[in-house]
Design a protein around this ligand. Structure first.
Ligand code: ATP
Ligand code: MG
Length: 244
């Protein structure tokens, strides 16, 4: 058993009077793909929003690579190497593909007066290389992200995570509204991540997809962890039983 990449202890989240997460304890080893399942409102997104700095836990601790982590804002998660991909919010649609790849990590060139200007050419070139590395073929990194399909957007987000060597990738419903072909591509990306030893948390209502790509299945129900099994110890019908 390798030492945990991420551990949480006694994690609670209250939204006003709603107790969305009720004392979660979880250890995730480096390089494992965790499939997180649960019915609507079970607390899945709440958990990953805490890890990605969107919400702060009400109570409890997070340990990342053995040290206690205080994740107060998305920038803190980014600095730890935690990248989160949602269907809609991971990209700024009006901005170019290249700008989206470098969001928060823009490349600048330094003028004579010492102020930085965005280095568009360098970002476009590096973005194209990163995108090609995940096997996605786009014509130009200068096109706005809104011109891409859902699957292509996921591909760009994943290229970004790989390019900046994210240590942990969280995908919350990444295949919603994608075509079968695009969905298969996203599942393939998850397998690529796994081969590179990146820890992945994969959330989906499609239990077949979850079972297919995950090493381990964690089930939530009403804010509680109700099951924690290796994928080979469970089946899709069993997973349905766990969450209903
Ligand atoms: N920002 C918020 N303010 C108030 N309540 C919230 C907020 N976000 C989530 N909740 C509540 O917390 C509970 C857990 O929601 P969460 O989004 O974590 O569920 P989920 O497991 O991701 O569900 P789904 O599968 O539908 O995405 C629900 O009761 C939800 O209504
Ligand atoms: Mg959710």
């Amino acid at each position: 058993m390798t030492k945990p990449h991420l551990s949480v202890r006694g994690l609670h989240k209250w939204y006003g009077s709603v107790h969305a997460l009720r004392g979660l304890d979880l250890d995730i080893p480096q390089g494992q793909v965790i499939g997180l399942i649960g019915d609507n409102g079970a607390g899945k997104s709440t958990f990953i929003k805490i890890l990605s700095g969107v919400h702060k836990q009400t109570e409890g601790q997070i340990f990342f690579e053995g040290k206690e982590a205080h994740i107060a804002r998305p920038r803190d998660a980014m600095n730890l190497g935690i990248e989160t991909i949602y269907q809609y919010t991971a990209m700024v649609p009006e901005m170019s593909i290249a700008r989206n790849v470098f969001i928060g990590r823009e490349k600048r060139k330094w003028g004579v007066r010492g102020f930085g200007m965005l280095d568009h050419a360098a970002m476009a070139e590096e973005a194209m290389a990163a995108i090609a590395d995940v096997g996605l073929h786009l014509r130009s990194a200068d096109a706005p992200v809104k011109d891409l399909s859902g699957g292509q957007r996921q591909g760009v987000a994943i290229a970004r995570a790989m390019h900046f060597r994210s240590r942990m990738l969280i995908l919350d419903e990444p295949t919603n509204h994608l075509s079968v072909k695009e969905t298969n591509k996203v599942l393939e990306y998850v397998r690529q991540m796994r081969e590179q030893g990146i820890t992945v948390i994969f959330i989906s209502h499609n239990l077949h997809h979850v079972h297919e790509v995950s090493d381990r299945i964690v089930a939530f129900s009403r804010g509680n962890k109700v099951a924690d099994l290796l994928s080979e110890e469970t089946t899709v019908p069993h997973m349905i039983d766990l969450i209903t």
